[in-house]
Design a protein around this ligand. Structure first.
Ligand code: TPP
Length: 353
């Protein structure tokens, strides 16, 4: 069944901009472009470290940089806004300032990679699908109860919208009219399950209707459209207008994670079609058209991004090895007696290494 939802797109694949696009200055565009490229280069570095056994399983963001960098740019620096990611939001979190070496530590299995959440208002990577939306709902509802001006932005994948936790979180934010923006990065697949097999709903955005609030679709590879839609949704949330559900239509150009092989469930032709909509290329073409970019800028920017990523990788690889018993330390403020007993036994057995 189809329920009409608005769809927004301003930038075509040749870099031409339609009327009605938000005003973004050359500096704004350069910042968004920088974050997309920094995210892509960091992504490539993590993937190569994973192949060399220097980091663990990782979820690539290749092709999904547009909506994430634009979203980060739609947040004003002093806004009280929390990002609540799943595991495919590296670009958004880096663009909000979360250190790349911290992300690398997370994916390298270091618990401290999830620290510094308060400093950057970025919640840790969350693997159990869709459960992060209830964390986002909790943050948004508590802001409302405390009369605190702010908002929580929760992310979910297209597959995640089939989970019970998705329905619970949508119901909570709808019922409490909480200051939340839920963003579904519809990258067309949940591992090997295509979007069409995921749900009988004709759009993901329309699912918001059942929970009593607005759902909208946006071209997730168009930074102008994403910037506008997210900015409007944030303002609405912060001014008491309640939640918005945004379906950003994009594509995962890479494997699901480093443990996957996309050739088993999709064709080269399909992937090549989406490569033509690459968010970085689209913005670059537009910036060149309006005289805000040239090859020399490009070279400098890429070198700078590579340097920063290499520095982060070095910091990550210099992380002190944690003690094995630290695996007991991150679930409880105070360990229950029976887990304490296990920890004591473990330390005795391993000699506190
Ligand atoms: C509750 C739960 N069930 C299953 C998994 C295994 N799993 C990891 S990613 C994934 C697919 C997620 O697809 P989607 O929500 O579309 O997000 P994407 O990975 O495409 O970003 C699944 C089933 C999990 N992590 N958590």
């Amino acid at each position: 069944m189809n329920i009409d939802v608005p769809y927004t797109s301003f930038l075509d694949i040749d870099g031409n901009l339609k009327e009605g696009a938000p005003q973004l200055s050359h500096d704004d565009l350069k910042t968004i472009y920088w974050h997309m490229n920094l995210g892509r280069i960091c992504n490539a570095k993590i993937l190569s470290m994973q192949k060399q056994g220097r980091i663990g399983t990782y979820a690539s963001t290749l092709g999904q940089e547009g909506c994430q960098a634009a979203l980060a740019h739609a947040i004003k620096d002093n806004d009280n806004i929390w990002l609540v990611p799943s595991f495919r939001e590296s670009v958004a979190t880096i663009a909000r300032g979360y250190p790349m070496e911290q992300l690398m530590r997370y994916w390298g299995g270091f618990e401290i990679g999830s620290n510094q959440t308060r400093e950057f208002k970025v919640m840790p990577v969350n693997i159990p699908i869709a459960s992060q939306l209830n964390h986002a709902a909790g943050i948004a509802i508590s802001m409302k109860f405390k009369g605190e001006k702010g908002a929580a932005i929760g992310f979910v994948g297209d597959g995640g919208t089939s989970e019970g936790e998705f329905a619970e979180a949508m119901n909570f934010v709808g019922e409490f009219k909480a200051p939340a923006v839920f963003v579904c990065q519809n990258n067309q697949y949940a591992i090997s399950v295509p979007r069409k097999k995921q749900t009988a709903a004709s759009t993901i955005a329309q699912k918001a209707t059942a929970f009593g609030f607005e759902g909208v679709q946006v071209d997730g590879n168009d930074v102008f459209a994403c910037y506008k839609i997210i900015k409007d949704a944030i303002e609405k949330a912060m001014n008491g207008g309640g939640p918005t559900f945004v379906e950003a239509i994009t594509y995962r150009l890479d494997n699901h994670t480093t443990a996957d092989d996309w050739h088993k469930y999709r064709t080269e032709e399909e992937v090549n079609e989406w490569k033509k909509k690459d968010p970085i290329e689209r913005l670059k073409k537009h910036m060149m058209q309006i005289g805000c970019w040239d090859d020399q800028h490009e070279q400098h920017m890429l070198e700078d991004a590579k340097k920063k990523v290499e520095e982060a990788a070095k910091a990550y690889e210099g992380t002190p090895k944690p003690k094995v018993e630290e695996i007991f330390d991150h679930l409880y403020a105070k360990l229950p007696y029976h887990i304490q007993e296990q920890k004591d036994h473990f330390v005795k057995f391993w000699g506190g290494q």
